[in-house]
Design a protein around this ligand. Structure first.
Ligand code: NAP
Length: 295
């Protein structure tokens, strides 16, 4: 068997076209323009690249972005004061704090300062709690993007065995909750899981988000499984790889996402979706008043 490639770039491009149309529609019919505030503290090189990509993506679909840079030595109070100011600003529909923050910051306090109605990253406790009961306003972008890839590929979720490798607050745990919401039977594995292969081999849908190259080898994958590789790892030779031994796993799986070009392009795209939805919510538009193709 050779797995079909799930092309995240192409799915993301379609969603972004839809985003552009929705932004135009909001402007034409309601004179509203979605606005995203991006806060970055310090000059972490990876964060700088991510922030640049997010701002470019906003520009591509017509979302107004506003960047606020603070030095790594800035006090938490100053950053929180800016978040509160943005939370009260009606032209801002989404606030995102680029992580990681410098060590002297209390992550919970910073994320908690974001108005939950503008929490487009979906990291506020209110939105995290909403995931548990299936009523989150803003699903976190990476797992949201994975769900869209699965749906777009026509993968049946209800009743299937789903295994999530990685249990972080921003990827693994929300991923597991979203799969549960869709009635998959979900197992979550992490560093302390004994005999990882014993779980992965049962997965009809295997989602890997551990940040360990070659963690998942061919024999660990059930024949015909759908494999979504969220991991992004830079090897010593500069190559970007996921968490799966791609060539070996591809021979076992029925579908697989590549790295790069799989989940990555979806993450920023879902941030755009959440920001546009937030702008529509701020206008109190009923779903049917705000015409757009279902994603
Ligand atoms: P993280 O916070 O470091 O969490 C990694 C998780 O994987 C933890 O739960 C950890 O377990 C678990 N883990 C680590 N090594 C493991 C092993 N050998 N066996 C089983 N579980 C293991 O990372 P993250 O933010 O969730 O990101 C995970 C990966 O996805 C990274 O490579 C990151 O770069 C990538 N990522 C990609 C995107 C994208 O858009 N494609 C977005 C976000 C993240 P413990 O909890 O027990 O420590």
């Amino acid at each position: 068997m050779t797995a079909t490639i799930i092309d995240g770039k192409s799915v993301a491009a379609n969603v972004r076209r839809n985003c552009r149309a929705r932004v135009d529609d909001l402007w034409r019919r309601f004179g509203a323009s979605p606005g995203l505030a991006v806060i970055m503290v310090g000059d972490n090189p990876a964060s700088t690249v991510y922030v640049r990509k997010k701002i470019q993506a906003c520009a591509d679909v017509g979302i107004k972005s506003h960047k606020f840079l603070f030095s790594a030595t800035e006090s938490q109070d100053v950053v929180i004061a800016k978040i509160q100011e943005l939370s009260a600003d009606p032209d801002i529909h989404g606030i995102l704090v680029q992580l990681p923050l410098p060590k002297h910051f209390d992550l919970k306090a910073v994320l908690g300062a974001i108005d939950r109605e503008k929490d487009v990253d979906g990291f506020h406790l209110y939105n995290v709690g909403g995931l548990v009961v299936g009523e989150t306003v803003f699903p976190p972008c990476t797992p949201y993007g994975v769900m869209l890839l699965l749906d777009n590929a026509g993968v049946e979720i209800a009743g299937r065995n789903a295994v999530v490798v990685g249990a972080s607050n921003i990827v693994g745990k929300p991923m597991a909750l979203m799969l549960m919401q869709r009635e998959a039977t979900v197992s979550v594995c992490h560093v302390k899981t004994r005999d990882l292969a014993q779980f992965t081999i049962l997965a009809d849908i295997l989602i890997v988000a551990a940040g360990c190259p070659n963690l998942i080898t061919g024999p660990m994958v059930k024949s015909g499984a759908v494999v979504i590789d969220v991991g992004i790892n830079r090897l010593a030779n500069g190559q970007l790889v996921g968490d799966c031994d791609f060539d070996a796993v591809r021979k076992r799986a029925s579908m697989i996402t590549p790295v790069p070009g799989g989940v990555g392009p979806m993450t920023v795209t879902m941030l755009l979706v959440n920001t546009i939805n937030s702008a529509a919510r701020s206008l109190n538009l009923a779903h049917e008043d705000f015409v757009f193709e279902e994603l």
